[in-house]
Design a protein around this ligand. Structure first.
Ligand code: ADP
Ligand code: MG
Length: 252
């Protein structure tokens, strides 16, 4: 096997060391070290503007960083386009505002990257799409356009679309924040099932019930730093930092 690209079974899925990032003069990520094991489920929380989105967007190079090292499934991030593509093949991402293609049907949303990026034949792409759309219980809506679906349904399609690429790790950036309350559970249920199946997951969310149910570790960020991290039991019952305590008192 190619040593440069293949992860060993016991090596971390994600390894971030000494990550620093600036937007112009603004130091948005400060000395981030974070190792995520294969199959580990991590919840990231923290005040608005603390750098949560920026951090997870650096993992698939939706944002470039200036200092530090990011290794995903054994592949070290560089500026090389091929390398970035290789990492992105391993990483699925789900956004707050779904980001589905509005002019494509649900089925086409789930097929397009498979046929264009993975060069799969249409028939195989459709079969994979249907498999995941069934898993998120939306298989009866496949010929509709995103605009014809509820927010919760659109987000489940977005999760299915990401899963169609067979990623090794899934990143979620506040996947339920844009949803009406009655739709939050249907999306969280899909995420909980994914966690139970052993998917490596990094979820930015303030759904603390979800964190308690599935997270192996909860990370609290503030002002571009990881302030505290602990298993949920300890994180919620015995937060160490005053900043964590203040944050929890505001959201719980
Ligand atoms: P969070 O997801 O925790 O709310 P973000 O990672 O989105 O935080 O943003 C962290 C900080 O970086 C915020 O102060 C935000 O205004 C700033 N920021 C985010 N994106 C950009 C950008 N593209 N250019 C300049 N500043 C940005
Ligand atoms: Mg954010």
């Amino acid at each position: 096997m190619n040593q440069a690209t293949a992860a060993r079974a016991d090596s971390p899925m994600i390894e971030i060391t000494g990550l620093n990032k600036w937007y112009g003069d603004f130091h948005v990520l400060r000395d981030i070290d974070l190792t995520v094991a294969q199959g580990e489920r991590i919840v990231i929380c923290g005040p608005s503007g603390s750098g949560k989105s920026t951090l997870i967007r650096c993992i698939n190079h939706l944002e470039a960083h200036q200092e530090g090292r990011i290794v995903v499934n054994g592949v070290a991030m560089t500026q090389d386009v091929k390398r970035i593509e290789q990492i992105r093949r391993n990483v699925g991402m789900v956004f707050q505002h779904f980001n589905l293609f509005p002019h494509l049907t649900v089925l086409d949303n789930c097929c397009i990257a498979q046929t264009w990026v993975q060069k799969k034949p249409r028939r195989g792409a459709e079969a994979t799409a249907m498999e995941f759309l069934e898993r998120v219980q939306i298989a009866d809506q496949v010929h509709k356009y995103p605009g014809q679906l509820s927010g919760g349904q659109q987000q489940r399609v977005a999760i299915a679309r990401a899963l169609c690429m067979q990623p090794e790790v899934m990143l979620f950036d506040e996947p339920t924040s844009a949803l009406d309350p009655e739709m939050i559970k249907e999306v969280l249920d899909v995420m909980i099932e994914l966690a139970r199946e052993g998917m490596t997951m990094l979820c930015v969310t303030h759904e603390m019930g979800f964190a308690k149910t599935v997270a192996d570790r909860v990370i609290f960020m503030d002002q571009g730093q990881i302030i505290e991290q602990a298993p949920p039991e300890r994180f919620f019952n015995h937060p160490e930092s005053e900043r964590t305590q203040l944050f929890l008192s505001q959201i719980l």
